[in-house]
Ligand binder design. Structure first.
Ligand code: ADP
Ligand code: GLC
Length: 473
């Protein structure tokens, strides 16, 4: 049986800031279903420690160079039962705030050590120096937070194969050059053929350089990142490595996201029995203080409020949506300027626009179910999950033709895909959607086409398993 150590900085349901957590919660479980012994390695943040009462110690590292005393605990993720190794280092992880930032949204100043430790232990557990009986055949790292792991393995002379998955190239883990030695990497590693990136240390560059294979989370994004426009400075390296780079589309958790059995909804529905969706719309309008009107096209957004997500374009078209009798509901948290603009919009249009600034998983389900049209105008989107949740919930997505959005939504069939990267492009797509919304049978046909798509994890898990097999033979 192939064994994989899946190193990640977040995993649902323990700790989540975005899609990486959904993937880390679901992919290892899907791999286990098809016979791969996949186990997770995760930092012991407070939320993780609190959510896993049955953790027990499996190893202890004394006076670890650069990182101090650390314990390794083992437990199982609730429900999926995926085994998880948790790094118990209170000094690094047991603090208030999120996984990367303090409560005020400022990056922790010691993130290089915090994720250097995650990378270091990932490499250690994948090497012959591991204190565990269980040894993975392959190390699978995710994003910059685990990027140094392949470098640690390389400089220790170990040859365990590594896969690095890029979930978002915008975050590169860049730190000053002094950190190379502080983190126990040899001075010669600070080189273009190593961890150096434009005069600094980059965790992500290290991972992309030393991994045996690079994956990213959609075929289109795998292509886009090889060019300057979306390569974020890594396009040269990624082009050089294009024969070792593939895009594997994310799946979605079809148990969590199932309108026929969703515990967050009062009215259930499915592609065979859709009337419940109208009840969800009424309930959402009531909950969000919107005017009760099931004929009004109800638009929705659930998103991190970051520049990537194109919420400025939504703000620009919001007047047009209201002029055409539409309503808008937004759930999100992030950059303060976007939060304020959304709050103001809702304040100026009571009963027509509702903005919930915060993070609320249950509400995100009720929005996906209650709306008619989901807006996802991301400037770039490695994969994106919400457009897939929308399809499954019969909420027609309008998306920008980028990355995973264009790989999952079929223009004119399951949703609307527009090319022009600005608010005009978005508005033209909204007008097309409103025209179709007025023709009930055609609208229903599009809803049903989306609801019948299969985005379950099994297909993606099989692609990862096939990749592991190729690298191990
Ligand atoms: P990203 O990882 O770039 O944020 P994805 O679409 O891959 O984008 O994943 C975002 C995930 O986070 C989805 O599961 C989405 O439902 C969830 N999400 C984002 N913002 C919120 C919020 N404010 N409340 C609840 N869930 C949210
Ligand atoms: C990132 C990307 C998003 C992707 C998620 C999971 O956060 O921004 O597009 O769906 O990772 O892979």
């Amino acid at each position: 049986m192939t064994s994989i150590l899946f190193a990640t900085s977040e995993a649902r349901p323990l700790i989540k800031t975005g899609g990486l957590a959904d993937v880390s919660g679901a992919l290892p479980a899907a791999l286990r279903e098809i016979g791969v012994d996949c186990r997770i390695l995760l930092p012991g943040y407070r939320k993780v420690m609190d959510a896993l009462p049955d953790l027990h110690e499996v190893a202890r590292f004394h006076e670890l160079p650069y990182f101090g005393n650390v314990r390794l605990l083992e437990g199982r993720i609730p429900v999926s039962e995926t085994p998880v190794y948790v790094i118990d280092s209170p000094w690094h992880y047991l603090r208030e705030g999120g996984p990367y930032q303090d409560a005020l949204g400022k990056d922790f100043p010691d993130n290089a050590w915090r994720f250097g430790l995650l990378s270091y232990l990932a490499a250690r557990l994948a090497s012959p120096d591991s204190p565990l009986d269980w040894r993975p055949d392959l190390l699978h790292g995710n994003d910059w937070q685990t990027g140094l792991a392949p470098a640690y393995l390389h400089y220790a002379g170990h040859r365990t194969p590594c896969v690095m998955t890029i979930h978002n190239l915008a975050h590169q883990g860049i730190f000053p050059p002094e950190m190379v030695e502080e983190l126990g990497l040899p001075p010669e590693s600070f080189d273009i053929s190593g961890v150096e990136y434009y005069g600094n240390l980059s965790f992500l560059k290290a991972g992309l350089y030393f991994a045996d294979w690079i994956t990213t989370v959609s075929p289109s994004y795998a292509e886009e990142i090889q060019h300057a426009h979306l390569g974020m400075g890594m396009q040269g390296l990624l082009t050089d490595r294009r024969d070792h780079l593939t895009g594997i589309l994310n799946g979605i958790d079809t148990t969590d996201w199932n309108p026929a059995g969703d515990p967050h909804l009062n009215c259930k529905y499915s592609s065979r029995a859709t009337p419940g969706k109208k009840g969800c719309k009424q309930a959402l309008q009531a909950e969000m203080g919107l005017i009760a009107d099931t004929d009004a096209p109800l638009f929705g957004v659930v998103s991190r409020l970051a520049d990537q997500k194109g919420l400025d374009w939504v703000l620009q078209v919001s007047g047009g949506i209201l002029d055409r009798g539409g309503q808008l509901v937004v759930l999100g948290t992030g950059e303060k300027t976007i939060e304020t603009a959304l709050r103001n919009l809702a304040h100026n249009h009571p009963g027509r626009v509702a903005a919930f600034i915060g993070y609320d998983e249950s509400l995100s389900h009720r929005i996906e179910a209650g709306i008619d049209i989901f807006l996802m105008p991301s400037r770039f989107e490695p994969c994106g999950l919400n457009q897939m949740y929308s399809l499954r919930y019969g909420s027609v997505p309008i998306v920008h033709a980028t990355g995973g959005l264009k790989d999952t939504v079929e223009d004119g069939v399951t949703g609307f895909v527009y090319r022009e990267p600005n608010s005009h492009g978005l508005w033209v797509a909204i007008e097309r959607a409103l025209a179709l919304f007025a023709q009930k049978p055609a609208w229903r046909k599009m809803m049903l086409a989306g609801m019948k798509q299969d985005f379950s994890w099994e297909k993606s898990a099989r692609e990862y398993a096939a990749l592991y097999d190729r690298l191990l033979t």
